[in-house]
Ligand binder design. Structure first.
Ligand code: PEP
Length: 246
């Protein structure tokens, strides 16, 4: 049976209080499409307000630390994002892997920390353009998945996002056949890592998804939804993606 489609907006470092109205607009579109699971991950500063203003809509975080507390200036723990109202967190986004030098082991520890706090996790994996050109894309992505894979993984709380680094924010999207090949490889790897439960783990595609290409990408086998950056910032752009998933 096909998994329910999951459409998640990653606002990255965008959003001040006056953009809370965009989340409210997105939440109303989502409410009109109950066959789709939709969510927004605003910056951590907006989580509590977004949750209090949109009780029925799912709000996530973009990251958290793997430790419970301590001397980690500027970081937030899983318990903190939970207390703010997040129900899950994106983890291991390629921007964090590059800018904050996050390793697979860090991502695994973060996923275990969010699970220990009763939250969901979206673990991001994806190859660079050089790795794809060298024919290493599947090996790189499956290696990241294996290294980042948390103990106790279960489809109830774990989602994987395949995000080719070269497609993020560039307007470039892989061929459908390449997306299909990668999602099938991820599905197979999940089977090796967790056995029977693997089919129920949702695998999202991310990288320049928009209202114009969402339907085609979401129709690819093993694509269970999308992780969307730029096109998630307004209801005008994100709404058509939710509609394409319905
Ligand atoms: C992302 O950063 O997760 C992403 C998919 O960005 P964009 O949609 O802007 O390519």
């Amino acid at each position: 049976m096909a998994n329910r489609k999951y459409i998640v907006g990653n606002w990255k470092m965008n959003g001040l209080n006056d953009q809370l109205s965009d989340i409210a607009d997105i939440a109303s579109i989502a409410a009109n499409h109950p066959s789709v699971d939709a969510a927004i991950c605003p910056p951590v500063t907006l989580i509590a307000s977004a949750v209090s203003q949109n009780a029925a809509f799912s709000i996530g975080a973009q990251d958290c630390h793997f430790n419970e507390k301590g001397a980690h200036t500027g970081c937030v723990s899983a318990a903190m994002i939970k207390q703010a109202g997040a129900s899950f967190s994106i983890l291991g986004h390629s921007e964090r892997r590059a800018d904050q030098h996050e390793t697979d082991a860090d991502v695994k520890a973060k996923a275990e920390a969010v699970h220990a706090n009763g939250l969901g996790a979206i673990i991001c994996v994806g190859e660079t353009e050089e790795e794809r050109d060298a024919g290493q894309a599947v090996d790189v992505v499956c290696g990241q998945l294996q290294g980042s894979f948390p103990n106790g993984a279960d489809a109830k709380w774990l989602t994987i996002a395949y995000e080719p680094v070269w497609a993020i924010g560039t307007g470039r999207v892989p061929e459908a056949a390449d997306v299909e090949e990668m999602h099938a490889a991820i599905r197979q790897k999940l089977g090796e890592l967790m056995g029977d439960g693997a089919d129920a783990v949702r695998i999202l595609y991310g990288g320049s998804m928009n209202g114009g290409n969402a339907a085609e990408l979401l129709a690819v086998p093993n694509v269970d939804g999308g992780l969307v950056g730029g096109a998630s910032l307004t209801a005008e752009k994100f709404g058509p993606i939710i509609e394409a998933a319905a």
